[in-house]
Design a protein around this ligand. Structure first.
Ligand code: N01
Length: 545
């Protein structure tokens, strides 16, 4: 395709895994498509998140595309939880294989997308002031990486050392040798980065506001026999993944009955076995009521607390690391040698739960203590799910903004997490109301395939615009909220509700249910020829193909 073309069928924003796959599908069917990407290469999350230790905490046999048997069979991961360089290599391998780059405009940010009601098309503008027109506007921004969160800590501008954010890590290697480093944040990113930074730094101080549960995972090369069996049974394996609660096929080592049917000794024995397994998150389904009964949850919490105390030699540090939080309410954090890192002589933990924190010229001041630092690493997360969307000036019908439509999050709604009434022919892949506890790659494949099939249907039926009805949005949002109200996650504020962003009103931004129900909803809407959508037809419009 000609990158100078000004009128297109589809504009896609973002060349991560979603944007890449959607481009492939659309182009194969002959739709003129251009992907705009802020970075200089493909990979999305794995392009931006290059911090030391960055890696995937979903086992890679599930964290890969499943749309192509050929791609699936050609690629073999070196380890069960690979690091960012290998994940980025995988994205590049797929981009090469499908020859995607010729339709991706790199180093280009989309600043605005306005729906022009006179022509029923989107006018889309880049940061280079280029304007393109497209019938369909699709965001494939990822749920997190497009909007990093830098907290507004007093004195930030005064620091004379270097500041980094895990979500926007430089491409050049950051050398920690001989440096006094401070890390703020102990979520998934911090927990991955801390052990690696500790290995290089002269001294590392971790500034922790809330201790979280960190589940050890074992990095092992995948067993060749297991890999071969999966490759040989690709279709069956993919089908079974779709039938599983989260799009994974992890062996369930848990017991099919409630916690307190077992004696204390039996429970400890099971917890120990799960703690030692490839991924200790297996503890979350130790018993049928681990996530639903508070006493059962506290039982497993006590086990993990005992493990933290056993691993961390300094008892004061160990105490600071003990969470007081429902297990499994926040997104589980996977760690490699995380607790062990606090046994190093060059690492110390600063508890900032009840202390003021301020950045100074020389470092960080907590209460009356000045911590002198050369580098500060912010592992403070993202303005998830909606942050990236709101950074683009998107105007739907009657100049409606998403912020206005959501009444500043007081009336947060989507239809299927993909479409929005008032915004015709717009799709937000893996945006708000995506699944919280699902294999993300399988999840985004569903969004991409649904979006592609919808566009293809519209084109083949000479439909000019499609738009979610307000009723369908209410129905989907109520359905989501009802599921959320049963979820542990609703009891603990986190980025799932926007609670990590100062001033962001809380809303239920995720789908907390299981994968087969989610998928069935999408399939049902498509099979009923897009029930819940308004379509306008243009009788002059010829079929595209
Ligand atoms: O961000 P987070 P993350 N002062 O929001 C702290 C995905 N992910 O980048 O808990 C001091 O979870 C904050 O403290 P608190 C994954 O989905 C995936 O780590 O709010 N501290 C917390 O400790 C994950 O859930 C992989 O009290 C402040 C931390 O910063 C999501 O990304 C790898 C603060 C932020 O934790 C986000 O994870 C990495 C302040 N003002 C990430 N503001 C995979 O492997 C914030 N904090 C696939």
């Amino acid at each position: 395709m000609n990158l100078n073309q000004k009128e297109l069928d589809v504009v896609v924003v973002g060349a991560g895994f979603s944007g890449m796959y959607l481009l492939h599908l659309l182009r194969k069917e002959g739709y003129s498509t251009r992907v705009f990407e802020k970075g200089d290469n493909v990979g999305g999350t794995w392009y931006w998140n290059r911090y030391p230790g960055a890696g995937c905490d979903i086992e890679t046999m599930y964290y890969c595309y499943t749309f192509s048997e050929e791609i699936f069979k050609e690629w073999t991961w070196s380890t069960s939880f690979p690091r960012q360089p290998e994940l980025l290599k995988y994205a590049n391998f797929v981009a090469d294989k499908l020859d995607l780059r010729r339709d991706i405009q790199f180093n280009t940010r989309i600043v605005s997308a306005h729906f022009d009601e006179k022509i029923n098309k989107w006018q889309i503008q880049t940061d280079d002031n280029e304007v393109v027109i497209a019938k369909y506007f699709v965001t494939a921004l990822g749920s997190l990486s497009s909007a990093t969160h830098m907290p507004n800590i007093k004195g930030l501008k005064d620091f004379e050392g270097e500041i980094y954010h895990t979500g926007k890590w430089p491409h050049e290697k950051v050398d920690f040798k001989g440096k006094r480093v401070g890390v703020i944040g102990t979520g998934s990113s911090g927990v991955q980065a801390i052990p690696e930074i500790a290995k290089g730094a002269e001294h590392l101080k971790v500034f922790q506001r809330s201790p979280q549960w960190v589940f050890p995972c074992k990095d092992e090369p995948p067993k060749p026999k297991e890999v071969q069996a999966m490759k040989d049974n690709f279709h069956n394996w993919r089908r079974r993944m779709d039938e599983s609660p989260g799009g994974f096929l992890q062996e369930n080592f848990g017991k099919p009955y409630p916690t307190f049917d077992d004696t204390r000794e039996e429970r400890q024995k099971l917890y120990e076995k799960l703690w030692q397994s490839r991924s200790a998150t297996a503890l979350l389904s130790a018993y049928t009521d681990t996530r639903t009964n508070d006493a059962a949850n506290e039982d497993v919490a006590n086990f993990i607390r005992s493990k933290i105390k056993e691993i961390v030699k300094d008892s004061t540090t160990a105490e600071k690391l003990l969470p007081n939080l429902l297990v499994g309410a926040k997104r589980p954090i996977f760690g490699k040698d995380y607790y062990e890192t606090y046994n190093r002589d060059n690492v110390s933990l600063v508890d900032i739960r009840d202390t003021s924190i301020e950045i100074t010229k020389q470092g960080i001041r907590t209460g009356d203590t000045e911590h002198e630092l050369d580098y500060i690493v912010f592992a403070t997360g993202f303005d998830g799910l909606t942050g990236g969307l709101l950074k683009i000036d998107i105007l739907g019908r009657n100049d409606l903004t998403l912020w206005g439509k959501w009444d500043g999050f007081k009336d947060f709604k989507t239809n299927l997490g993909l479409t929005h009434s008032g915004f015709p022919n717009m799709f937000t892949i893996w945006g708000p109301h995506s699944t919280a506890f699902t294999n993300a790659l399988r999840g985004l494949e569903l969004h991409v395939e649904w979006t592609f099939q919808c566009i293809d249907y519209l084109q083949k039926h000479a439909v000019e615009t499609i738009e979610a009805t307000a009723e369908a949005e209410d129905e989907w949002t109520n359905f989501n909220d009802a599921i959320a109200s049963q979820s542990l996650s609703n009891r603990v504020p986190s980025w799932y509700h926007g609670a990590n962003i100062e001033g962001k009103p809380p809303a239920n931004l995720m789908y907390f249910g299981d994968w087969p129900t989610y998928k069935a909803k999408y399939d049902e809407v498509a099979s009923k020829e897009y029930e819940g959508f308004l379509m306008t037809r243009s009788f002059e419009t010829k079929l595209k193909r």
